[in-house]
Design a protein around this ligand. Structure first.
Ligand code: DGP
Length: 113
């Protein structure tokens, strides 16, 4: 499959992986918008939150918990951080593989800053 994030999961494209388990992989965003900018993605290809099925819904909870743990590990938990899932064209989704952004380490102003 011609999916850049599937290639990262498969180790075919190098990335700075911070965490992996049987469900997800977390790695640093290639063009960070904040001092800490990680992406948490499912190992299994799901194109978008729109494509998430009822049977897969616990996966997003798992991704959120991994974000919680990585925020602590990265030292941004106490001051605060932001978790974002862009969905679809108007939602600003560029890579068509479900991913959760974890952003922190600076003041994130406004609604999306
Ligand atoms: P989104 O706009 O929500 O689809 O965000 C996609 C993010 O993925 C964007 O912040 C840049 C990041 N990205 C794209 N290609 C790569 C890559 O090859 N490696 C890494 N580490 N990040 C990537």
């Amino acid at each position: 499959m011609d999916c850049i994030f599937c290639k990262i999961v498969a180790g075919q494209i190098p990335s700075d992986v911070l965490y992996t388990d049987d469900k997800v992989v977390a790695f640093r965003d290639i063009s960070p918008m904040a001092p800490v900018h990680l992406l948490i993605i499912p190992q299994h290809h799901i194109a978008s939150l729109t494509d998430l099925t009822e049977a897969q819904m616990s996966l997003v909870g798992h991704m959120a918990y991994v974000a919680n743990q990585l925020a602590k590990q990265q030292g941004i938990s106490e001051k605060g951080y932001r978790v974002v899932i862009n969905c679809g064209r108007q939602g600003g989704q560029v890579v068509q593989h479900l991913h959760m952004h974890l952003l922190g380490g600076r003041e994130l102003s406004g609604m999306l800053g």
